[in-house]
Write a protein that binds this ligand. Structure first.
Ligand SMILES: Nc1ncnc2c1ncn2[C@@H]1O[C@H](COP(=O)(O)OP(=O)(O)OP(=O)(O)O)[C@@H](O)[C@H]1O
Ligand SMILES: [Mg+2]
Length: 159
């Protein structure tokens, strides 16, 4: 699926709709992963902000570039779905030297957490350790106009 957005607000709205789909569709036998790929300023963090808001995250979601990972508590007001996922984990691999560093931070255990949804910016940098199941892969591209982005969403591991 490919979508064109014409503002940051548009991208957040798309992310909110997508969050609802993820929460409804995904299997609950491991963490749900949303891999985000795209150039600097392509809209990855903006997307996570819209996604988090839709899940009832109250805190302001900022780019975790310097902290690598941030965990947010999810609210319970999604339409009829009670308290799943319990937390949203936002990871930014931009400054990661190697996928190994993320493994040292317990990435494998995070993936086993059935109550987590994990959004990963610059996921292409850790392709080697990204799961193939329970995952969506989202690519962001700049459009010709400064406020346009093309966003493609596919289910399953990128090949
Ligand atoms: N259609 C759009 N969708 C998303 N963001 C947009 C759009 N149009 C303009 N913008 C602006 O582009 C910027 C996107 O920044 P954002 O931090 O989301 O990018 P990013 O992909 O996370 O970058 P980085 O790789 O540095 O983390 C924001 O300032 C946002 O307001
Ligand atoms: Mg970002």
């Amino acid at each position: 699926m490919q979508i064109r957005t014409e503002s940051a607000k548009d991208t957040k709205r798309l992310a909110a709709d997508f969050a609802e789909k993820v929460v409804t569709d995904l299997k609950r036998n491991s963490a749900a992963v949303v891999a985000l790929e795209g150039d600097l300023g392509a809209g990855k963090t903006t997307f996570v902000q819209g996604f988090a808001r839709a899940l009832g995250v109250k805190e302001n979601v900022l780019s975790p570039t310097f902290v690598l990972m941030k965990v947010y508590k999810v609210g319970c007001q999604m339409s009829g779905v009670r308290c799943y996922p319990k937390h949203l984990i936002h990871i930014d691999c931009y400054r990661l030297d190697s996928p190994q560093d993320l493994l040292h931070l317990g990435f494998k255990d995070l993936l086993k957490d059935k109550d987590a949804i994990i959004l990963i910016e610059w996921a292409d940098r850790i392709k080697k350790i990204i799961p193939t199941k329970n995952i969506f892969w989202i690519k962001f591209r700049h459009g010709k106009l400064p406020s346009v982005r093309t966003i493609s969403i596919r289910q399953g591991q990128e090949t």
